[in-house]
Design a protein around this ligand. Structure first.
Ligand code: CTP
Length: 420
């Protein structure tokens, strides 16, 4: 028997063995399943460990939380548990289950099922494989849908004709995997996918679920190809039909993002998907953007950044004017979120604008004074809004390199006060 886990890297393998030992002790059959199996066979890195268990997955997860020093979140009604390791890694454990759909686009109704049911409920053959981890079966591949053959022939294939109608989010998934791996969508699968688009079954799904898939596409190393392919197929998640998308703009952005990702400050920026989303909807009217945002849950800060990305683009011209002191640039940018500013940086065509934004993000944005309001009160200033104004004036001087030491700051504060 071929051990399909023999090539898994040391850390993941230790984790798998630990979970397997605990499952053996409790007499439960355990399998790694889904994306990780596909990626093991493709020899690609994958950090998501998904397990299915024939037995009480939550009880098993509870027993593992201590030894792994992990935080446990369990959903009793679904029989699923997530272990969050101190390193940030996630391990998902779920009881093997069957899923049925009451109507197209509905969330599935879940009931206990066999290992076979659990594979048959999945999206594509390449994602419907498992590897056993128990003693005596460790590393054994379970492939009842022909996933391995499709991996070899580079095909994305659904498991049954209703698959896209049951869960239209699979349209975006099919395209994402097709483009990520350089595969092709199998002929019948493509016909059914197109039929699902034509029947507008995508409208049966809550916008949030489509948005989750769109976000995954935006997080791909090259999101432009899947987006273009979806556009060609007649539907892009979340975007209303007929929305204009500038693929040239997205491609330009992709090149910039790659370059910026190597530069100081930007190399620790994590919200690139949001910048790509801003560019994707850049040509939408305000009404359309508000409609999109009303259907999805995103963090307040992300929502604010998206709305600001539409205002900040008008700053490009102002930021390119000659002889602009750094303090004026600071005043122009300070009310915008850093994501909105990165959007402007990544889409700006003029070098001078790029340089000015770089300086703002890398230096001036976090510039602080050594003095504070208490120092000014000690100098006899009456508490009130004036204190804030004086501090702001001194900060601007510091940004323009006119103030160095704490004594300088105090001296300038006195002068500003006398002038005001
Ligand atoms: N799945 C499915 N139908 C969906 C979403 C997920 O059948 N609409 C199944 C697939 O078997 C998939 C697994 O759930 O492999 C895990 O889903 P997800 O984490 O979204 O995808 P991965 O395959 O792990 O892909 P990625 O490499 O992008 O994480």
């Amino acid at each position: 028997m071929n051990n399909h886990l023999s090539k898994v890297d040391g850390k993941a393998l230790r984790m798998i063995r630990l979970i397997a030992r605990e499952a053996d002790r409790r007499g439960m059959a355990a399998y790694v399943v889904g994306g990780i199996v596909r990626d093991i066979l493709l020899k690609r890195e994958n950090y998501d460990l998904d397990f299915v268990i024939e037995g009480d997955a939550i009880r098993l997860a509870r027993a593992l939380a201590g030894p792994l020093n992990a935080r446990l979140t369990a959903h009793g009604s679904f029989g699923t548990a997530v272990l969050k390791l101190p390193s940030g890694q996630r391990i998902d454990l779920a009881v093997t289950r069957k899923e049925t759909y009451r109507h197209s686009g509905a969330l599935p109704v879940v009931s206990p099922g066999t290992m076979q049911d659990d594979l048959l409920r999945r999206d594509f053959t390449i994602n419907a494989m498992a590897i056993a981890v128990n003693r005596g079966r460790f590393g054994q591949l379970i492939d009842i849908c022909g996933g391995r053959k499709d991996l070899l022939s580079k095909k994305i294939r659904i498991l049954h004709a209703q698959s896209f109608m049951d869960d239209p989010t699979r349209i975006a998934r099919a395209v994402r995997f097709e483009q990520r791996f350089g595969f092709g969508i199998e002929r019948r699968t493509l016909t059914l996918l197109k039929e699902c688009v034509r029947k507008k079954a995508t409208q049966n799904v809550k916008a949030q679920r489509h948005f989750n898939e769109l976000k995954k596409i935006l997080c791909e190393p090259d999101p432009v190809r899947p987006l273009q392919r979806l556009h060609q197929l007649g539907w892009i998640p979340v975007l209303p039909a007929g929305t204009k998308v500038s693929f040239a703009g997205l491609r330009r952005l992709q090149t910039r993002v790659r370059k910026l990702g190597k530069m100081p400050w930007y190399n620790t920026f994590e919200q690139w998907w949001l910048i790509k989303f801003m560019v994707l909807i850049a040509q939408c009217t305000e009404h359309v953007v508000n409609g999109i945002l009303s259907g999805i849950h995103i963090a307040k800060h992300e929502r604010q950044s998206i709305l600001q990305s539409r205002q900040i683009r008008h700053l490009g011209r102002k930021l390119s004017t000659q002889d602009l002191p750094a303090s004026q640039i600071y005043q122009m940018l300070k009310s915008f979120t850093k994501e909105a500013i990165v959007y402007l940086r990544a889409t700006a065509s003029q070098e001078v604008v790029a340089q000015r934004i770089d300086r703002y993000l890398q230096r001036d944005m976090d510039m602080r004074l050594r003095i504070n309001g208490d120092d000014l009160k000690k100098m006899g200033m009456v508490p009130g809004s004036k204190i804030g104004k004086v501090l702001e004036q001194v900060l601007c001087l510091k940004i323009d390199n006119k103030v160095k030491s704490k004594d300088d700051e105090l001296k300038w504060a006195k002068l500003c006060l006398a002038e005001s």
